[in-house]
Design a protein around this ligand. Structure first.
Ligand code: SF4
Length: 190
């Protein structure tokens, strides 16, 4: 029988749990059935922890739109099924009544927020980026008495986060450099 790393960890974890609980007087088969039921109907998917640049992967079990299980991904060469205490709390990003689920906009000088659709928000963000770039673009600079072409935008900064993978970071930084940004930072360096 071929046993994946994940199956091995599951079996050894379940085995250890059953032995420990039976030693405490719990009926082991009942406990094992309860553990299985908890996520049996859930859909499993993988994700990357957003909290730091280590980039640990996790398996998330989702049922009825709620996260009901979370474990480190055994196949990840980075964390090999482990998650630190922050990583173990990432289900709270999803199971959280305080999480914003809609675009909110506060007009300049206003005190109240209004709901907007993504169809309204994305063109408005693009317009602001373009206008700011055009207003703050520097084409040349004097260096040692000579005019040097610099072509940079000094009015926008970009900050990346650890939840972006290599390819997303590549695209995000290409876009930023393409429009002339020089203030480009990443959460992991701050
Ligand atoms: S689980 Fe911990 S170490 Fe891994 S990415 Fe998340 S915060 Fe970083």
């Amino acid at each position: 029988m071929e046993l994946s790393r994940r199956s091995f960890l599951k079996l050894s974890g379940a085995g250890a749990g059953v032995v420990a609980l039976s030693q405490l007087g719990f009926p082991a088969p009942a406990f094992a059935a309860g553990e299985e039921l908890r996520i049996r109907e859930a859909k499993e998917t993988t994700t990357v922890c957003p909290y730091c640049s280590v980039g640990c992967s996790a398996i998330v079990s989702v049922q009825d739109g709620k996260v009901v299980g979370l474990e480190g991904l055994p196949d990840s060469p980075i964390n090999r099924a482990s998650l630190c205490s922050k990583g173990q709390s990432i289900y709270q990003v999803a199971n959280n009544d305080r999480r914003l689920g809609k675009v909110l906009y506060r007009a300049p000088g206003a005190t109240d927020w209004e709901e907007k659709s993504w169809e309204d928000a994305i063109p408005a963000i693009a317009r602001l980026i373009k206008d700011t770039r055009d207003a703050t673009f520097v084409e040349t600079e004097e260096v040692d008495g000579a005019k040097v072409t610099v072509n940079r935008c000094e009015g926008i900064a970009q900050l990346g986060g650890a939840a972006l993978d290599n390819e997303e970071c590549y695209l995000a930084s290409k876009f930023a450099r393409g429009i002339g940004l020089v203030y480009i930072e990443h959460q992991a360096r701050i």
